[in-house]
Design a protein around this ligand. Structure first.
Ligand code: ADP
Length: 380
């Protein structure tokens, strides 16, 4: 029998069947045990470029590219022997062949339909050619970005490394000039030499920072169980002189153990806390380090009562060499927050600031749980 047989007693049911197939939002094709097409809907016509009349009664292999026809035939026979529902998503991505010969990627879900007249199979198809093209495009763009990023990092590293050499030579000569010819230089000459040496020292600091920054990328990810409380202790010891001088008060929440690159975490906290100590205006800094457990990891924050930042600079300050003040107002090279950003990103998180000028700033960053290593990495 044919599902669309008008003379059969099942014509009523067959009609309902046809309506259901036509109403499906995906392309639908119904085939019988012999692999002959029984029913197709308009979406299937559009997908393959055939009309219903051209398809009904034809073998389903008509819609399969020639090189796959034999194996498709085998698969089909196996399926009919042991039919089990193959749903979309869990289904296979296959190639279909349109009437004009163009091949399309389709995702196929198969459902066996038992009837008194035997077994039929409903195939639901989605054209995923576009999705595949987009994924491929995205993959290529990501690979290209990664490559050019690595190249840039490498360039920054090599350039800053090579710049150190001539700089050392300039400094050496300037120092010698000052030592040997001070009496002949006069006060202007001495001033100029001092300026030269100051410039060189500053440039060395910039190059050192640039090297630190580019080394972050070349370093392997050395994730280890890291006690944030111990990290903070190290940072506070490193900053103790500055803290004392500023008469700062630094408090903190209970801090967790996380999986992290310990030395980078030290650098991260140190940069944020030393900024909080530095950009305090004429107040005594009051700094608090908080840690809040979130569903996907930990959210840390470093808040201060300092000079604050205008919202229009919230993004810019995380870029390399971006500063909002002159060196005379506040010393620095403008790379600290760029380093913080890179460290956080290398741990899969994000960093941002909330601030009110004149009142203080809160720098937030999150360190997500490492999916591969499960929950054990985030315990108190
Ligand atoms: P640096 O501290 O060497 O200037 P950073 O990259 O650490 O470089 O910071 C960039 C700029 O962001 C600083 O120059 C400052 O203007 C601003 N900034 C950073 N932290 C704070 C803070 N806690 N309070 C106010 N401004 C800040």
């Amino acid at each position: 029998m044919r599902i669309d047989s008008k003379t059969s007693a099942h014509s009523h049911i067959a009609e309902k069947f046809r309506i259901a197939v036509e109403a499906a939002s995906n392309a639908m094709i119904i085939i019988n045990q012999e692999g002959k097409i029984e029913l197709v809907n308009t979406e299937a016509e559009d997908l393959f470029g055939y009309s219903k009349d051209e398809l009904v009664g034809e073998s389903i292999e008509t819609l399969v590219p020639e090189q796959y026809r034999m194996s498709h035939l085998e698969d089909r026979k196996t399926f009919f022997k042991n039919p089990n529902a193959r749903t979309m998503g869990g289904g296979r991505d296959l190639l279909g062949r349109r009437k004009d010969g163009v091949e399309v990627n389709v995702e196929i879900g198969l459902k066996p339909i038992e009837t008194d007249e035997g077994l039929f199979v409903a195939a639901s198809l989605i054209n995923i050619s576009e999705r595949i093209r987009n994924t491929e495009e995205l993959r290529r763009t990501t690979a290209e970005l990664r490559r050019s990023n690595a190249e840039l990092e490498q360039f920054a590293y090599v350039a800053s490394h090579d710049l150190q050499e001539p700089l050392r030579a300039i400094e050496g000569c300037a120092q010698l000039l000052r030592e040997r010819y001070l009496d002949k230089l006069g006060s202007l000459g001495e001033k100029l030499i001092t300026h030269t040496i100051d410039g060189v020292v500053r440039m060395q600091a910039l190059i050192d920072d640039l090297l630190t920054f580019s080394r972050l990328e070349t370093r392997d990810n050395l994730l280890e169980h890291t006690d944030c409380a111990a990290v903070l202790e190290i940072v506070l010891t490193n900053l103790s002189a500055t803290k004392q001088k500023a008469e700062a008060e630094i408090t903190h929440d209970a801090l967790p153990n996380i999986l992290a690159d310990k030395s980078q975490l030290i650098q991260l906290f140190q940069n944020l806390i030393s900024n909080a100590l530095k950009f305090c205006g004429d107040r005594n800094p009051r700094i608090h380090i908080a840690a809040v457990r979130k569903r996907d990891g930990w959210l840390f924050s470093v808040s201060d009562n300092g000079i604050g930042i205008e919202p229009r600079y919230f993004e810019r300050i995380f870029h390399v060499f971006q500063r909002l003040h002159t060196r005379r107002e506040y010393p620095g090279t403008g790379i600290g927050l760029a380093v913080c950003k890179k460290i956080v990103q290398r741990h899969g998180g994000q960093i941002w600031v909330e601030s009110e000028p004149g009142k203080g700033s809160i720098f937030y960053f999150n360190i997500p749980k490492n999916q591969d290593l499960g929950q054990m990495n985030f315990e108190f």
